[in-house]
Design a protein around this ligand. Structure first.
Ligand code: PHE
Length: 452
């Protein structure tokens, strides 16, 4: 394998890496999932655990994953194989790469369905039906929409096609250009929505819900969901950041770049929460209404603003862009692997992976309508895939990365790749990666299954 190592193209600069990595991190996880999970799990205490997980587990693993990628410079599977060889460890480590490819596939299959909803809303929000709409009306329209398998399936198909197209064009062609203008625009729109929320009449309640922790509302399952969300939102534990790291030029500081990305990701999630919960309370809605939360609350705001339809169209377009840059990251480990090991062209690799995800995604399309009764352990296929990936596969993948970087790889190599000038900073990272991250994940797992 090592003789024919395949070196990928590189990012044009540090900024390009930051943009692409934030493109991967910032997505539906921040705007759609964070608010609804916070809503379902009682708010403040969930948010606090989430922030702790980002700081103590997520950021160190993000650095570890990027550094493994840059050291190995191939798809996650081959990177792990090469690095295991370098460290004289078992080649079985490459299964960590496989786990990532599979997690990416599973996540993208349902991610595309939700992204399809957001894309459909770009066009729907323009309709007179949304003018001065109230909470009941917006809920009714959302329920009507999601109950049509054909309509939802169609948007899922379009979104997967767009993802495949961008992925087939490769690192700098597809990714860099998309993220460059999308990120700043999305931030501006969120700031505008936050201002709107400030005057909605529910701001105080919204802020209290998000930031006043009430630990009596937090269960072991809620803590697990918060940790899963930290992995999901940062885009960790499945090789995306590893592949992006593999395109990172060697002089760029991994620590600083990842801190910027994690900071931006967290800020966007909190800003989305601050836009949504005031609307929830001002309109007498329930914070715990689940995956439909943003689709039922935001249209009320757009419907009441003058020119809100235009604002709404721009907003959902930006959600589409945020989602597609994450979708491309989700499919990238599979594409990189197929181009290396199956010697397929990028375009063919993207098409095969795209079709696979599309097909799997039908199970999620149907979970909201014709298969809503098909349940295992009381969960629809969509809920099952979502939980299995975010709450199990990503944390396991992340711990493998942490254990490899902290225990298997030689310390000098990690030191050399991280290039932290201050020794203390390296010691902190090393401690978090070796002990805190693996132990933290283990404790949260055990707590959630009731062992602790
Ligand atoms: N981080 C993305 C989001 O928040 C989803 C994602 C998960 C992307 C895992 C890449 C890897 O929407």
């Amino acid at each position: 394998m090592t003789e024919q190592r395949y070196f990928h193209a590189q990012w044009s600069s540090r900024m390009a890496f930051i943009l692409a990595a934030s493109g991967s991190a910032i997505g539906l996880g921040n705007i759609w999932k964070f608010p609804y999970l916070a809503g379902e799990n009682g708010g403040g205490a969930f948010v606090l655990v989430y922030l702790l997980c980002v700081a103590a587990i997520g950021i160190p693993i993000m650095m570890a994953e990027t550094l493994l990628g840059r050291r190995g410079r191939q798809s996650p599977i081959n990177t792990m194989l090469t690095l295991a060889e370098e460290a004289k460890a078992s080649p079985d480590w490459h299964y960590a790469g496989w786990l990532g490819v599979i997690s990416g596939f599973l996540i993208l299959s349902y991610y595309s369905v939700i992204a399809g909803w957001a894309t459909a809303y770009i066009f729907k929000i323009n309709s007179a039906l949304f003018e001065h709409i109230n909470a009941a009306g917006s809920t009714r329209l959302f329920n009507e929409f999601k109950s049509s398998p054909v309509f939802v399936g169609l948007w899922h198909t379009l979104f997967m096609a767009a993802t495949t197209l961008i992925a087939s064009r490769g690192v700098s062609g597809g990714l860099e250009r998309t993220t460059r203008f999308m990120m700043p625009a999305l931030l501006l729109m969120l700031v505008a929505l936050d201002f709107y929320a400030m005057n909605s009449g529910g701001f105080g309640q919204g802020v209290a819900f998000l930031f006043n922790p009430d630990f009596s509302k937090l269960t072991g399952a809620g803590v697990l969901a918060a940790m899963g969300q930290a992995f999901f939102s940062l885009g960790l534990g499945m090789g995306s950041i590893m592949v992006y790291g593999s395109y990172l030029p060697s002089h760029v500081s991994i620590a600083r770049s990842t801190l910027v990305v994690a900071g931006a990701d967290t800020a966007v999630a909190l800003m989305a929460g601050l836009a949504i919960f005031p609307l929830v309370f001002a309109n007498g809605l329930e914070p715990s209404m689940g995956p439909g939360l943003i689709f039922q609350t935001l249209p009320i705001a757009f419907g009441q603003m003058s020119g809100g339809w235009l604002f709404g169209m721009v907003f959902f377009s930006l959600v589409f862009f945020a989602a597609i840059t994450s979708a491309v990251a989700l499919i990238e480990p599979a594409v990189a692997f197929m181009t290396e090991n199956l010697r397929l062209s990028r375009a063919d690799a993207a098409i095969y992976s795209g079709i696979g995800c599309w097909f799997l995604g039908l199970a999620s399309v149907f979970s909201f309508n014709i298969w809503s009764d098909v349940q295992m352990f009381g969960k629809t296929p969509f809920e099952l895939v979502d939980m299995l990936t975010a709450e199990f596969m990503l944390p396991v993948g992340g711990v493998m990365v942490a254990v490899f970087a902290g225990w298997v790889m030689r310390r000098e190599i990690a030191e050399q790749e991280l290039e932290l000038t201050d020794r203390r900073q390296f010691e902190i990272w090393y401690f978090l990666t070796r002990y805190v991250a693996p132990a933290g994940v283990a404790i949260i797992f055990l707590d959630a299954v009731g062992v602790l």
